[in-house]
Design a protein around this ligand. Structure first.
Ligand SMILES: [Zn+2]
Length: 142
């Protein structure tokens, strides 16, 4: 196998960090890929989720993994404002951080942490979900 070059790794990180900043299932996988390459103690990639990616996104995911191992360069060093970008992705997907990923999504609020209701005048009213204390996550079986 031909080693990945610096440019190929950089391009893969660009594609994956952009995707990771979208609220899509592909974004969720991309976040796992880049965050586990960034801090593998706190983030893990569910390999089966790679099947949610296709074409250039799947290739980019593989190239992030390859670049991290073959070039030994931390991914945030290859994007402008890398630390900020990675922390944005970190916060956005914190539900999948190792401290949270074993928890169930709250079905009362569908993981939003808020209950949205409409009054008689069609005004939106948001209240924190009491079942999950506004976290969107349930930490024990009930
Ligand atoms: Zn809830």
């Amino acid at each position: 196998m031909k080693p990945i070059d610096h440019k190929g790794y950089e391009e893969a990180i660009r594609i994956m960090t952009n995707l990771a900043q979208t609220d899509t299932s592909g974004g969720r996988v991309a976040a796992q890929v880049v965050l586990s390459a960034y801090n593998g103690d706190e983030w893990q990639l569910d390999v089966t989720e790679l099947s949610l990616l296709d074409g250039k996104y799947y290739l980019a995911a593989l190239n992030v993994i390859r670049g991290r191992k073959e070039l030994m360069i931390e991914p945030h060093n290859l994007v402008p404002d890398g630390r900020e970008v990675f922390h944005r992705i970190w916060d956005r997907w914190f539900r999948y951080h190792i401290s949270n990923r074993w928890k169930q999504t709250c079905f009362t609020c569908s993981g939003r942490g808020k209950i949205v209701e409409y009054d008689d005048h069609d005004q939106e009213k948001r209240t924190p979900c009491h079942r999950c204390d506004g976290t969107g996550l349930i930490a024990q079986a009930s």
